[in-house]
Design a protein around this ligand. Structure first.
Ligand code: FAD
Ligand code: NAD
Length: 468
């Protein structure tokens, strides 16, 4: 006899959505979470903290006003680590409260403890006080997420050499910082600290960065970073990282360069948090990065009653997509109908400036041999951009020449992560260039850039409407 219809391991975006979905359909659901509070990486060390830090940094530094008042403009002259932390704690408290309320309203039970398999339907949960309980479930959803990749050769000390979790406990803002890894985490934090006047150097062994983003957008972005003196060293790696007696850290690069810095942030990827789950007892195995393989439509693992969703199943590893995966997995697990989400979802990089994108890049259009036209708008061409003092920001739309449909939207600049949803809607609803040409947009807004970019492409495409 099963105690629960569904047991969810992990209370991050995937676990939370999955648990609530099953409970809404009348199922008896338990969430097991090993962390002090519910919410997962997303609430405690990932999405929400980094975005709160970003918002605080931009507000206190006066970043958004510098277009008007010059690069020397500051709202607060001395910004401390404490200034950044204060807002963080308030935001996190609110997030946890909302989540706990959602669980309570929907009768989702949750316990604090570390779960591991006894057999495919039974989990052992070790609670904080050492008590061990066993729970059985008809289905189990693994939403255990990831943890930072911490190789042995990095001399982590939590103060001068740290990972992205430890960064949130900073006692002092560094004057200089080297970020190892030009992935999304590395680039977001590098640009946030640069906005706080830390001298930032980013290094990555790959010769290019953010390869899944349209190249023209990455070029514009990189230009803006270099223009404000950030150093981006691609195609190079640190052969040696050592703490010096004077409290600084020395890095010897494979190209012969030597960097000395106050702090090193190691952000070279993450590992699936599956090492303590005792997977063999369930008949499961993780890959070398701790990730689980699932059916991409049902999120079912190779063991029929066990599902996995969120970062533990790999790309795209976003809070947004994890939520949908968790919801779909829970529906399939309890025998409800589950529809696959649309193929194109937005990707937001909350760097300074923001990048957001949905659909195909220009490089992908070429690879697929689809004849296309691009429309470009610069935010400084919009009246709203003038009012806001923006001298940067770019929106790029890509249309099929044959069907005239919007196939890609790519934005770098203020508000990109919000603006992208207009393009996402047109794209997923199969809209054409005519949508932007014929519709009226609020004025003055940054969204007007869609009109400008649409017209830019349309002028070259001609006004012959497609048969579709
Ligand atoms: C610095 C950073 C910034 C990010 N920014 C963004 C962003 O801006 N936008 C975005 O969409 N995504 C962002 N992400 C990614 C996002 O945080 C993840 O995609 C999301 O948290 C994944 O959700 P999840 O449900 O898979 O797992 P997680 O949020 O990782 O939660 C997993 C939970 O499972 C628990 N757990 C693990 N093992 C066990 C066990 N054995 N027993 C009990 N509990 C267990 C963990 O304690 C954890 O609480 C960011 C990530 C990081 C690190
Ligand atoms: N805004 C967002 O949506 C957001 C923000 C942060 C993180 N995330 C998610 O979190 C996940 C993890 O992000 P990430 O940036 O840690 O990983 P990543 O895999 O995106 O990037 C890691 C980078 O580190 C480099 N690297 C790998 N091994 C290295 C080594 N040994 N030494 C030096 N450099 C090395 C890689 O070349 C790569 O550029 C991503 O999949 C991302 O989707 C999303």
């Amino acid at each position: 006899m099963f105690q629960y219809d569904l047991v969810v391991v992990g209370s991050g975006p995937a676990g939370r959505r999955g648990a609530i979905q099953a409970a809404k359909l009348g199922k008896k659901v338990l969430v097991v979470e090993q962390g002090k509070r519910v919410g997962g990486v997303s609430v405690h060390t990932g999405t929400i903290p980094s975005k709160t830090l970003r918002e605080t940094a931009l507000n206190l530094s006066g970043w958004r006003e510098r277009g008007f008042y010059g690069r020397a403009y500051r709202v607060k002259d001395e910004i401390s680590a404490d200034d950044l932390r204060r807002r963080l704690l308030i935001t996190l408290d609110h997030e946890v409260e909302v989540l706990e309320h959602q669980f309570a309203r929907n009768r989702v039970q949750h316990i604090r403890g570390k779960a591991s398999f006894v057999d495919p339907s039974t989990l052992e949960v070790v609670k904080e006080d050492g008590e061990v309980i066993k729970v059985t479930a008809a289905s189990i959803l693994l939403a255990v997420g990831t943890k930072p990749f911490r190789p042995d050769y990095m001399p982590f000390d939590g103060k001068t050499v740290l990972d992205s979790d430890e960064l949130l406990e900073l006692e002092e803002l560094p004057r200089s910082m080297v970020v190892i890894g030009a992935g999304v985490i590395g680039i977001e934090y590098a640009t946030i600290f640069s906005a706080l006047d830390t001298a930032v150097t980013v290094i990555d062994p790959k010769p290019t960065m953010l390869d899944f983003i349209d190249k023209e957008i990455v070029e514009d972005f990189t230009y803006q970073l270099r223009d404000r003196n950030m150093k981006i060293l691609l195609g190079t790696k640190a052969d040696k990282v050592e703490r010096l007696d004077n409290g600084k850290v020395e890095l010897l690069l494979d190209n012969g360069r030597r960097l000395v810095t106050d702090m090193v942030l190691f952000a070279a990827g993450r590992m699936g948090a599956t090492d303590t789950l005792n997977l063999p007892a369930a008949g499961l195995e993780a890959d070398s990065r701790g990730r689980l393989k699932v059916n991409p439509e049902t999120f079912q693992t190779s063991v029929p009653n066990i599902y996995a969703a969120g970062d533990v199943v790999g790309f795209p590893s976003l809070a947004s997509t994890s939520m949908e995966q968790g919801r779909i997995a829970a529906r399939v697990a309890i025998g409800a109908v589950a529809k696959e989400p649309p193929k194109y979802f937005p990707y937001g990089i909350y760097a300074v400036p923001e990048i957001s994108t949905c659909g195909l890049t220009e490089e992908e259009m070429k690879e697929r041999g689809i004849p296309y036209e691009c429309g470009i708008a610069r935010f400084r061409e919009t009246s709203r951009g003038h009012i806001m003092g923006l001298d940067t920001g770019l929106l790029k739309l890509i249309f099929s020449l044959k069907t005239r449909r919007l196939l890609g939207v790519h934005i770098v600049g203020e508000g990109a992560t919000e603006l992208v949803h207009i393009g996402q809607a047109v794209l997923n609803l199969k809209g054409t260039v005519e949508y932007f040409v014929e519709n009226t947009f609020n004025y003055p807004t940054l969204a007007e850039a869609y009109k400008i970019a649409g017209l830019d492409a349309w002028n070259r495409m001609g006004d012959i409407k497609s048969e579709l």
